[in-house]
Design a protein around this ligand. Structure first.
Ligand SMILES: [Zn+2]
Length: 299
C-alpha cells in the first residue's frame, strides 16, 4: 500500500507572513491589496490539472473575509483545516487567548463547510517546546491532528530533536494527539528541511526532489509538503523589511509555480487526513467526527 504524501497549503496573504511582521502593522491589513483569493485559485486549478488533493490550513482572518474561497476548496474535494485566526505566534499568546482565537477560527471554517475541522497548523510552526501546552487545547477543541512541529533549528521555530515521522504524541496534560511534523531529510545525521515553503524556493529543485524521494524510498513513509499562495505570486506588492526577511520572502517567487508543476508530476499527493488514516494514526471515528453542531447537542 502506498500512502500518499500530504500536499498542504497555508492559506494566508503576503502581509500575514511572520518574517514581514515587523514592517507591517496589523491595523493596515484590511487596507492592503489582498491577493489570497486569486493565488489560492491558481493553486486549486493547478492541483486539479494533476488530480492532486490536498489539505488547506486556512487562516481564520481569510475565512471570515472570503468564505466563498473556503467553500470552493471544500467543493473541489480538498480537506479544510485550521491555521489559527490572527497569525499571532502561539508562544506569544496566553493559553486563554490561544483557546479563544483557535475556537473562533475552527467555528468559522465549520460553519462555512458544514464539516468537522480535524487538523491544525500554527502560524510559523510556533508550537515549540515552551508552547506544547497548546496541544492540550487543540485536543479540548476537538482537533484530531496537528502539523506544526518543525524538527529543526531555526530562529523563529523548531524543536530540533523532535520525532520526525507522523506519530501519536502525549501532550503535557496527559492527552494524546496525532502529530505530522514538517518533513526533514537526513544527511549524515543532520536534518535538512526539504518540505516546502522558503526551502522549496531557495534550494535547487533537485535537493527538494532528492530529500523527499529519500523519505519515500529509504524511510518508506510519506512526507508532508507545504506552500503558501503568495509563493507563486511574483507580482505581489513589495514590502520593505530586513535583508534576511526580503531574501526569504522574495527569492525565486517567479520559479515556484514551475517547480510545483514538476513536484506534482513526480510525487503522489493526497490530504493529510487521509494519509494519517492510512497510516493507522487517525481512527475512523475521528475521520467521521461529528460537526461542532452535533457536539453541542451532545454536551
Ligand atoms: Zn502562516
Amino acid at each position: 500500500m502506498i500512502v500518499p504524501n500530504a500536499l498542504t497549503v497555508d492559506v494566508e496573504d503576503y502581509f500575514h507572513v511572520s518574517a514581514l511582521a515587523p514592517s507591517i502593522e496589523r491595523s493596515s491589513w484590511a487596507s492592503r491589496e489582498s491577493r489570497v483569493v486569486g493565488n489560492t485559485k491558481r493553486l486549486l486549478e493547478l492541483f486539479d490539472q494533476f488530480g492532486a488533493k490536498g489539505t488547506f490550513f486556512v487562516l481564520g482572518w481569510v475565512a471570515e473575509r472570503y468564505p466563498e474561497l473556503v467553500k470552493d476548496i471544500a467543493t473541489r474535494g480538498h480537506e479544510v483545516a485550521c491555521h489559527g485566526l490572527s497569525h499571532r505566534l502561539v508562544y506569544q499568546q496566553s493559553p486563554e487567548e490561544f483557546r479563544a482565537e483557535t475556537l473562533r477560527s475552527k467555528e468559522v471554517l465549520e460553519d462555512i463547510t458544514g464539516a468537522a475541522v480535524l487538523g491544525y497548523r500554527a502560524a510559523s510552526y510556533s508550537i515549540v517546546r515552551e508552547s506544547l501546552w497548546a496541544l492540550d487545547i487543540l485536543v479540548e477543541l476537538g482537533f484530531a491532528y496537528d502539523s506544526s512541529i518543525f524538527p529543526v533549528t531555526h530562529d523563529r521555530y523548531g524543536i530540533p530533536d523532535a520525532e520526525r515521522a507522523p506519530h501519536r504524541l502525549s501532550t503535557p496534560g496527559g492527552k494524546v494527539i496525532v502529530e505530522w511534523p514538517l518533513s526533514t531529510a537526513t544527511v549524515a545525521g543532520f536534518r535538512l528541511p526539504v518540505s516546502g515553503g522558503g526551502y522549496f524556493r531557495l534550494l535547487p529543485y533537485w535537493v527538494t526532489r532528492w530529500g523527499l524521494a529519500s523519505i519515500n524510498r529509504r524511510e518508506q513513509r510519506p512526507f508532508v509538503f507545504y506552500l503558501h499562495p503568495w509563493e507563486i505570486d511574483p507580482e505581489q506588492p513589495r514590502v520593505s523589511a530586513s535583508w534576511l526577511s526580503r531574501f526569504r520572502h522574495y527569492t525565486n517567487l517567479d520559479k515556484c509555480e514551475e517547480r510545483l508543476r514538476r513536484l506534482l508530476g513526480e510525487f503522489q499527493f493526497g490530504t493529510a487526513k487521509d494519509g494519517l488514516a492510512q497510516l493507522g494514526l487517525l481512527s475512523s471515528a475521528s475521520q467521521s467526527a461529528p460537526s461542532r453542531k452535533d457536539l453541542h447537542q451532545w454536551a
